[in-house]
Design a binder for this molecule. Structure first.
Ligand SMILES: Nc1nc2c(c(=O)[nH]1)N[C@H]1C(S)=C(S)[C@@H](COP(=O)(O)O)O[C@H]1N2
Ligand SMILES: [Mo]
Length: 254
């Protein structure tokens, strides 16, 4: 008996020492084992990204909602930044035609790859939410967003149980991804309406992503296709987003 206890004590102490000495490395290993490692979790800022992501994911396990506001809080001036009109010729001609030709393809690890027109998306139950957009460049603004919860569309195409990421590609070449927790979060919308009107072109028409618990740059504008995947390795440098290749954190929770 006592030998077993001693042995347990030894294991505990050893584990404690290891954690003390290289707690950060051990945390990264644990995060990996429990699926809490972000795609940009290696390299110079990898440990920091992993710790942020893993702790946010544990804290937010119950999928709490981001704060919503009353309509009276809607900002009079909501800036439009970066791309405000994609250069793509097809986009521009489609824009003149009221986006009748626009299609959102969803493929990858899904049972039924599909293409959705704007009308197709509008036929799904919609959600409207007044939320605050926070840009990493130091401004924030509140708007009302209307769209179809991404989870409904992912249900329609039937995502594989192995799916880990949802990748988004935009007309202007931006691309990024979400983990399944954010992809299936009830406030994550394929957004076609802003402040009671059609989503304006400078804000990403015809359809943009709203992902309310992450910072501005994750809210992709001008969506053109979506791919469901079980790994980020095949995408660019494997860090999960274009931004992560330029030093922005893949996971940007707020
Ligand atoms: N496709 C695409 N998505 C994008 C951007 C962009 O330039 N292109 N800019 C990002 C950034 S940094 C922010 S803050 C918001 C800006 O959205 P807004 O122009 O509607 O304010 O969109 C994000 N999504
Ligand atoms: Mo931003």
């Amino acid at each position: 008996m006592s030998r077993i206890f001693t042995r347990r004590g030894f294991i505990k102490t050893a584990a404690g020492l290891t954690l003390g000495a290289s707690g950060i490395g051990a945390a990264a290993v644990l995060a990996n084992r429990y699926g809490l490692a972000p795609p940009d979790g290696s390299g110079l800022f990898g440990v920091e990204h992993t710790l942020t992501y893993a702790s946010q994911r544990l804290l937010l396990r119950g999928q709490p909602l981001a704060r919503e506001f009353g309509r009276e809080m809607i900002s009079k001036n909501f800036p439009a930044i970066n791309t405000v009109l994609p250069e793509d010729d097809d986009y521009r001609s489609d824009m003149s035609g009221g986006f009748r030709k626009w299609r959102l393809a969803i493929d990858g690890m899904v049972a039924r790859p599909m293409e959705f027109s704007l009308d197709d998306l509008r036929r799904y139950p919609s959600r409207t939410q007044v939320t605050q957009h926070v840009c990493e460049q130091g401004w924030s603004a509140i708007a009302e967003w209307t769209g179809v919860p991404l989870s409904l569309v992912l249900d329609a195409v039937g995502i594989s149980p192995q799916a880990k990421f949802v990748f988004f590609i935009c007309v202007d070449g931006w691309w990024d991804s979400l983990d399944m927790a954010d992809a299936l979060h009830p406030q994550t919308l394929l957004t076609y309406g802003m402040n009671g009107a059609d989503l304006p072109v400078p804000h990403g028409a015809p359809v943009r992503l709203r992902v309310e618990r992450q910072i501005g740059y994750k809210n992709l504008k001008y969506l053109s296709s979506i791919t469901v995947a079980d790994s980020a390795a095949e995408w660019g440098e494997g860090k999960g987003s274009q931004g992560a290749e330029h030093g922005y954190s893949w996971y940007a929770g707020i």
